[in-house]
Design a protein around this ligand. Structure first.
Ligand code: GDG
Length: 473
């Protein structure tokens, strides 16, 4: 009986240490929920890093045992591996380049690349320790671009799917990376490569055929005697969770409190991880422009901005955080009065119930990344609008903008356009809000996370069958 192995940089658990004790709590993220239908079944497994450095052998053994009960297999990383593979190569080369940031944010260091290679080998060893011929392996994201080929070299017949959660950049950006060939070869070890959008597919096909001696016909790449299918699978969310949370007592109470607090103003919500790709500074600039050009909106509009701490040991992220602090401080100092503060800024994460209450209570959700693979926040806002009201402002640089076409779509670099979209949003007649939101809610409900997992896995099975039948001909 074959099994399925999911592999990602992080395991879907949070591990925290209190005194000498480690405690595990399952992650509530969408990916964890969607893939829960797979890795919790039979002998299936999820392999990844538990997210914290654990050095003591006894602790490692104890945690491995606890994780085994949840079908999870840990890969322990040393501090230097975390520094160089994760923070160095993944977050200072791949993340910036794939989000179209070049010199300021991308740093090419040979040792980072060596560690990236070595850690991908470490993941390969962990997969090979449990994989058997006939198994299905689904690899996730940019930290593991080499893994598919490493596994393929040793188990030629295994089924491998790869999904990239961030954008795949145009060839002109991708070719800047000194190790571009190795990265593409690594990805092409998979049988099926998935991206969020058709543009990512196009960019990948283009980069592969220009950089490597491979050919492509439609969305199939031929490399040696193998063929690799490349397709888009736009990721969905756990729609049922977000549309039912607003009916829960705890959320209803929080909504009442938020509505009372902001009863005299329109509430604009913004939620992101701390990241330069999310366009947080540019968004603040657009909001400031609104207050500057249209003072009549002072006291009538409030921004509620949540920035979730992320990667703040990487210097550029720490710097971005300081810049946000400064910009928010300036705007509030310039425009606030005794009764009104323009921006309510939080640098921390909140329980999902609070997030749901904010999604439900906010008149507008402003999602304006400079570049985003998909952007799940925009879909979660839509799913939470169970009365079909509310307005989503969405950057055309987010993968989600290809599906949520009834949002107010903006270019996040165009400060004036974003400012005008805020005005349109807060003045939009209810009938128009409802017409737009209804369409988007239907889409988010239909193409949910369960659907995404199913179509990817079904397609991987089909692709493998097709390849096997071609080999036996
Ligand atoms: C990467 C890609 C792609 C945020 N604040 C809180 C909180 N969140 C949750 C949201 C949402 C998630 O974090 C963020 O997901 P995004 O998709 O918006 O962005 P990334 O983290 O950058 O994700 C992205 C995604 O992978 C999936 O492929 O869409 O393009 O960059 O789910 O709800 N959750 C809680 N409290 C918070 O304060 N509980």
């Amino acid at each position: 009986m074959s099994k399925t192995i999911i592999v990602s940089n992080r395991l879907p658990v949070k591990i925290s240490k209190t005194g000498e004790e480690y405690t595990l709590s399952p992650s509530e993220g969408g990916l964890a929920t969607g893939l829960g239908s797979i890795y919790k079944k039979g002998d299936n497994k999820w392999i990844g890093w538990p997210g914290v450095e654990i050095t003591d052998d006894g602790d490692r053994q104890a945690i491995t045992g606890q994780l085994a009960d949840l079908s999870l297999v840990p890969i322990f990383l040393e501090q230097e591996e975390i520094n160089q593979y994760y923070e160095g190569f993944s977050n200072e080369v791949l993340w910036p380049i794939f989000h179209y940031y070049t010199s300021t944010y991308a740093v090419y260091r040979q040792s980072n690349w060596d560690y990236y290679n070595a850690v991908n080998h470490k993941f390969k060893d962990a997969v090979l320790a449990i994989a058997e011929p006939g198994d299905v392996i689904w690899i996730h994201d940019y930290q593991l671009l080499l893994l598919a080929q490493l596994i393929r070299n040793e188990m030629p017949d295994v089924s491998i799917g790869f999904f990239l959660h961030i954008p795949f950049p145009s060839h002109e950006m991708f070719r800047l990376i000194p190790w571009r060939k190795e990265l593409l070869q690594g990805m092409l070890g998979a049988d099926l490569i998935g991206f969020h959008t058709f543009d990512d597919v196009r960019h990948f096909l283009d980069a592969s055929t220009r950089i490597l001696p491979v050919s492509s016909s439609a969305n199939v790449i031929t490399t040696g005697d193998r063929s690799v299918v490349v397709e888009s699978f736009p990721m969905g969310i756990d729609e049922k969770k977000y549309s039912s949370l607003p009916l829960e007592k705890e959320v209803i109470e929080q909504v009442a409190l938020i509505k009372e607090t902001f009863k005299n103003t329109k509430l604009i919500l913004s939620v992101d991880r701390l990241d330069y790709s999310k366009g947080i500074l540019q968004r603040l600039q657009a909001f400031e422009l609104l207050l500057q050009l249209y003072p009549e909106y002072c006291e009538k509009v409030t921004m509620h901005m949540i920035v979730v701490p992320s990667r703040d040991t990487v210097p550029q992220y720490a710097h971005l955080r300081d810049e946000i602090d400064k910009r928010v401080g300036n705007i509030n100092a310039m425009y606030r009065n005794m009764e009104w503060t323009p921006i309510h800024y939080y640098y921390r994460s909140f329980p999902v119930e609070t997030l749901s209450a904010l999604y439900y209570a906010a008149d507008v959700c402003l999602v304006s990344p400079m570049r985003d693979g998909m952007n799940l926040v925009s879909k979660e806002y839509v799913a939470s609008r169970i009365n079909n009201d509310g307005v989503l402002i969405l950057s055309e640089m987010a993968g989600a903008s290809k599906e949520l076409i009834d949002a107010l779509i903006v270019n996040p670099n165009d400060t004036r356009e974003v400012c005008n979209a805020i005005i349109t949003a807060i003045n939009m007649p209810l009938s128009e809000q409802k017409r737009r939101m209804k369409q988007m809610r239907q889409l988010v409900a239909k193409f949910n996370i369960t659907h995404w997992v199913k179509i990817f896995m079904d397609r991987l099975k089909e692709v493998k069958q097709m390849q096997r039948s071609m080999q036996t001909r």
